[in-house]
Ligand binder design. Structure first.
Ligand code: UDP
Length: 359
């Protein structure tokens, strides 16, 4: 049994680390192809070393470019690889260009596609990620949903076969690495932070970074906050702040800027934060897993349970609303975790094993 896994971006390295180890214990051989979307030390290498993920066997080195061109280039490169060395299935994670490219090439070559994090919908087609999700789900044979909401979303689109609610693999990761992060990360000491006395912010979605008015409103809100804000800057965000000449907003007494952080530092910072402000899919959930309220810098979210339970609050793009939301953020309901029990990696592995055994 051999599968090819296609990954290319930071959150995919984290998700893959939670599944790869289980696959090998079940005798499923995995070839890891890294598309190269995130390629430098901070965005890629550190995750492989910290999370114990095997180095990719194949590195495609495809980054930059428009979404269409990046997807097409990955497709062309993948087609060559998969024709040469045909696996039993191709596995993709989430909603990036690598996800869609993997699914398209798999489907064209009649290789079954396995989608981890299937069924999520923001119902906002302005997001390139939403387009990638819808198309990938339509091309997949095995669809691993993180929530019941995701299962229902697929049902509404007529997709029922091969669908499994297995919980969220990122919850596995937080449970697995929280203890290690507490032991090994020195980020709070390095920044001289006290628990619950700072806010953690991340921003990288294109609708926030590529719109100067919106980006400015977010940075203005950060500047207006009384609390210290630690802001690990995504390379795209850093580039756009410079391009729109918004650097002055970063020169504020309460702003602590860092490079993108490794996962252990990030989990440690999340656990100690008073509030987390983010447009990241992964980070808004990790806030909840860590019992920290979040302010979500978006009009909608595919992780609707966070808003329903009151842990996440969606905010529009004016500075005043953002500041108000940060100041009034509080814990939500403590009902049963809608993202499963933290055994998603094992559950997915069992399903894949059963599926491949029957091919
Ligand atoms: N993350 C990290 N360092 C950072 C920012 C994020 O390790 O400086 C982690 C974060 O904890 C989460 C994942 O990266 O596990 C989320 O990735 P990202 O926000 O890039 O993508 P999204 O989840 O929005 O697709």
């Amino acid at each position: 049994m051999r599968i090819v896994t296609v990954i290319g971006a930071r959150p995919q390295f984290i998700k893959a680390s939670m599944l790869s180890s289980h696959l090998s214990t079940k005798g499923i051989e995995e070839t890891l192809i890294h598309t190269g979307q995130h390629f430098d030390r901070n965005m890629s290498d550190i995750f492989f070393s910290e999370l114990g993920l095997q180095a990719p066997q194949i590195l495609l080195d495809i980054n930059g470019d428009t979404n269409t061109r990046q997807t097409a280039r990955v497709m062309m490169a993948l087609e060559g690889q998969l024709r040469q060395n045909r696996p039993s299935a191709i596995l993709v994670y989430g909603d990036t260009n690598a996800t869609l490219a993997g699914a398209m090439v798999g489907a064209q070559l009649n290789i079954p596609v396995i989608h981890v994090e299937a069924g999520l919908r923001s119902y906002d087609r302005r997001m390139p990620e939403e387009i990638n999700r819808v198309l990938t789900d339509n091309l997949s044979s095995l669809l691993f949903c993180p929530t019941q909401t995701a299962v229902k979303n697929l049902e509404r689109e007529g997709i029922q076969e091969g669908v499994h609610d297995v919980g969220d693999i990122m919850y596995d990761a937080v449970l697995h690495f929280a203890g290690l992060a507490k032991e090994e990360s020195t980020i709070l000491e390095r920044l001289q932070f006290e628990e619950k006395k700072y806010i953690l912010a991340t921003v990288h979605r294109n609708f926030n970074t590529d719109d100067p008015a919106r980006l400015k409103a977010i940075l203005r809100a950060f500047k207006q906050c009384e609390e210290t804000i630690v802001f690990p800057m995504h390379p795209r965000t850093k580039k756009m702040i410079a391009q729109f000449e918004l650097n002055d907003y970063l020169q504020s007494r309460n702003m602590v800027l860092t490079e993108p952080l490794g996962y252990l530092d990030m989990i440690r910072l999340q656990a100690g934060a008073k509030v987390i402000v983010t447009d990241s899919g992964g980070v808004q959930k990790e806030a909840y897993f860590n019992g920290v309220p979040s302010v979500i810098l978006r009009e909608n979210t595919e992780w609707v349970e966070l808003v329903e339970l009151g842990w996440g609050k969606l905010v529009s793009n004016d500075s005043e609303s953002i500041v108000k939301a940060i100041q009034s953020a509080q814990a939500g309901e403590s009902k049963e975790n809608p993202y499963g029990k933290g055994n998603t990696g094992i559950s997915i592995t069992d399903h894949i094993h059963a599926y491949l055994s029957n091919l």
